[in-house]
Design a protein around this ligand. Sequence first.
Ligand code: SF4
Length: 274
Amino acid sequence: MKKITCRLCSHYCQINDGQTGICGVNSNENGTLTCKVYGYPTALQVDPIEKKPLYHFLPHTNTLSLGTVGCNFKCPFCQNWQLSQTKKFDTTNYISPEEIVKLALHHKCESISYTYNEPTIFFPYAKDIAIEAKKVGLKNIMVSNGFMSSELCNEIPTFIDAINIDIKSYNEKHYKKTLKGSLHVVLENAKTLKKKGLHVEITTLYIPSLDNEQINLIATFIAEELGIDTPWHISSYHPDYKMMESKKTPIESLKTAYSIAKKHNIKNVYLGNI
Ligand code: SF4
């Protein structure tokens, strides 16, 4: 049986029959690419949209948030690793895209968010939900590491209205070696999505390896490439997953990051998790 290439994210995994790609949830089943988590959300709840975080899109509304398991990154500091770094999920209850939309309406949500783990890897499910959601006037949101393939990046604006993208550092080596992604890809996708008219907000989790120089480079990128109107959330890190020995972000580091962002005239900068 021949390999098939998954084009959801920029890993472009070539998958042998019976095998899954890096994310652990897209597999080659008898020559057909199958998203195994389709219809099986592992996390599903109503959140204030500000929790995504999105502060400048449908403010003061609720969003129905859903996530599955798996991820295309391997961040050792993941704050959601129980979902992102497992391949186990419950297949007892299949929830169709139509049922997800009904739930959103029932709970008076104005949007549906694909979040908690990386939505790129379950995009076939997210897309079908988004199509149904649009029919009844609901907006669609992704909370993403930005490592989608260029093909998916071009497709996203047809279905998705707003996105929060993580810029986790400004160091390509760190992205490649530690996170198993690519800074270049994330930056290019952020620029493309902004240009295509999506509402874009950026989040940076202030992990221990960050410093003022990297914060300055991220601020420069946001100001010069995305625009000073792009909201930037700089969140405090707490020890988690494989980095339990590390320290919580000192409040002073966050305050310095805030003033660096302000020096670049970024209008809306928010310190999170403090
Ligand atoms: S989503 Fe990404 S990591 Fe998963 S199989 Fe497809 S290309 Fe590989």
